[in-house]
Design a binder for this molecule. Sequence first.
Ligand code: GCU
Length: 412
Amino acid sequence: MLQKTIPTLAALGLCASALFARELKEFDHDVNYDESRIPHYDLPDPLVTAEGKPVTTAEQWRNVRRPQILSLFANFIYGTVPVPPDPIVQTYHVVKEDKSFLDGKATKLDISIRFKNRKGTAQTHVVMFIPNQAKAPVPAFMMLSFDSPRGSSFRLSNSRKGWLRNGVPLADLIANGYGYVSVYHGDLIGHNEVSFGGGIHKLFFRDGQSYPKAHEWGVLAANAWTGMRVLDYLETNHRIDAKRVAVMGHSKMGKATLWAAAQDERFALAISAQSGCGGAALWRRKYGETMAKLNRFPHWLSINARKFNDREDDLPVDQHMLLSLIAPRPVYVASGTADTWADPHGEFQSANHAAPVYRLLGKKPLATTKLPAANQPLLDGDIGYHIRTGGHSVDPYDWEQFIIFANRQLKP
Ligand code: GCU
C-alpha cells in the first residue's frame, strides 16, 4: 500500500522558501511516488503518422510527422496562438546601458519590448548581459525566468563573487563567451492568469472576445511566445549571434522553454531544468504531478487539456514527442533526486524515448536507456541528461553541466 507521510524539508532536500514556492498539492494523499505502482502504458510512436504510415526519412519527418505532432501539442496541450485581428507592431527601446558591469567585463542592457495594435498595448522588460571582450557576435543563454527585472535579482551577489543574486553564475558565462538574457514570465501574462484582461491576450482577441477558446493559448504558451519575441529582438542586436541561442528555464519555465524550442527552430539548443509535468516528464507514468493536478492552475495549459484529466492514456502525444520536435537541435534535460513532484525518472524516459527521431535525423541520442546514477551527467550526445542530488532548484552543479553541454554544441 502506498504510504505517503509528509516528509521533512531536509529529507526533501528543500529549504523553506523553495517549499513555499511550490504547491501543497504535492503532498495530496493521492499522489503516486512509488515506482512499482506505475501503470502499464504504451507511448505513441513519434515515427508513425496519424494515418498509420511509418516515417522512415528525414523529409517525411519534416514535412508530415513534425507538423502533425506540433499541431497536436498546440491544439490539445498548450493552445494555439491565434492570428491577431490587426497586425502587432513590435518595437525595442534601450532603457539603460551599463558598460562597466562585472568590473567592466560585461555590458548590462535593459531593453523594453513593446507590442501594439488597435486592441491595445503590452510590454516586457528584458535584462541582458554581453561580454565586453568579444570580437564577434556571441552565443547566449536565454533564461525564461521568474526573476522580475524590477527587483534586486540582477545585482551582483555579496556572498558569491561573479554571481548574480538570482543564482546565475554570470562571471562564468561571460568568461565562456556567452551573453545572458533574462525574459521575465510575468510581464505579458499573469503567473496564474484567470481574467486575461491585462496581458498580451487582449491584442489577439476578436472584437467581443475576452477569454481564450478551448484550443487557444494559455499561460505557458504565452511565456513561450514571449521568448520567441525576445529572440526577434536578439536578431537585431549585432553583439549577439541569434543563431546560437540556448533557451532554458526551470520548472514552470522549463515547460515553456520546451514548447518554445519545439515551435521555433531558431533556438539552437533547449535546456529543461526540472520542468516535470507538462514539461519533460511523461504524462502516462502518472508519477508525482499529473494532468489533473497541473490543471489546478486553470490556464497554464489550454482548456482542451482538461479533457485529459485522469485520462492521460487517451492523449495523442506524450512528452517524448515534445523533445522530438526539438530534433535535430540539441536538448538537455536536468532532474533532481528529491524533486519527486516533477518525476525525475519520467523526465529521463522522455529524453530516452526521443531517441528514434534523433537517430533518424543523424543525431546522437542518450547513451543509455537506464536512469543514470546521481551526478553522472550524460554530456556527449545531442540529447543530454543529468540527475543531481537535491531538490527543486537550479544549482551550481546544474550550471556547470549546462555550460559544458553548450560549449560542445554551440562552440564546436
Ligand atoms: C508547482 C507546479 C509545477 C511547477 C512548479 C514551479 O509545483 O505544480 O508544475 O513546475 O510549481 O514552477 O516551480
